[in-house]
Design a protein around this ligand. Sequence first.
Ligand code: COA
Length: 319
Amino acid sequence: MYSRIIGTGGYLPEKILTNQDLESMVDTSDEWIQTRTGIKQRHIAAPDQTTSDLALIASQNAIKAANISVSDIDLVIVATTTPDMIFPSTACILQNKLGIAGNSPAFDIQAVCSGFIYALATADMFVSSGKARNALIVGSEVCSRILDWNDRTTCVLFGDGAGAVVLTQSDTPGILSSHLHADGSYSQILAAPASIQSGKMEGTPFITMEGGTVFKFAVRVLEEAVLEALNSNHLQPADVDWLVPHQANIRIIASTAKKLGIPQEKVVATVAQHGNTSAASVPLALDQAVSDGRIQPGQNVVLEGVGGGFTWGSILLRW
Ligand code: COA
């Protein structure tokens, strides 16, 4: 038995923050941001919108696209680094908001920008083994809440949003393979290192990053992760119809594709409009390419992600 995605959905908050808007907030320029990152704008959640609110709309869109009833969902996984609260999990809050409280297991996955890859790989194990029939997998983030809006080296990079898929049992693939990795010795190069010690918060809750080190690390491991996916299915880069990468920086996306020999026309890029939405970036990009008809049945699609931890991974699927 295999698992297969039968519906995708996305949601981006109404408010758009452009590079020009950022010019009046920190010492930066539209030219610098576009040249170094490819980002033109990002969406920002309203003050009263939480990660589960964004996840709810993306989930409803995915369930509608899957043409199933919400009561058919028997597993809920949310990938997020910006949960509504320390606990309960955002997945439990989402399950309740969907009106299916008590119907399924529900849990969060914390793998930062690789979160959706980790969550989809986990759901695949439930569905392909028969432990779940229809899994809802969501990447949802309000990155804007963990940014220092005075730090130009980070605040220009991230945005808010949510993407979701419904994964169901299938006799035909579907997901062909998933490959997950982590190396905790790189935990300090990208972090929001706040912790509670003796009842007091220690460290900053805002994103801190060694940009150059992260850049080099990302390009190296993403190439390896995609090759691992291809090799384990006896496929070549030329067999890839669509590469749906994590959307952190257009230069990382372009370098990875170039090293692999995958032409840019086969790469789905949303980073210009969304910025880096962490765990939401891959499902939002996937939803866009499915909705606009680029991804077609029978095609080979590679998803990849990298993020804090460090974590990284890839998933190869036949659409
Ligand atoms: N606007 C204007 N100047 C800025 C700036 C901004 N928003 N942010 C940094 N700068 C400045 C720096 O201070 C530096 O100035 P200096 O030379 O006077 O010290 C200069 O621009 C160059 O900085 P540098 O860090 O070398 O730029 P870069 O080409 O490496 O690009 C990143 C910086 C952050 C865009 C790039 O390193 C990157 O994308 N890294 C990966 C980040 C990422 O993807 N994180 C998430 C992974 S999941």
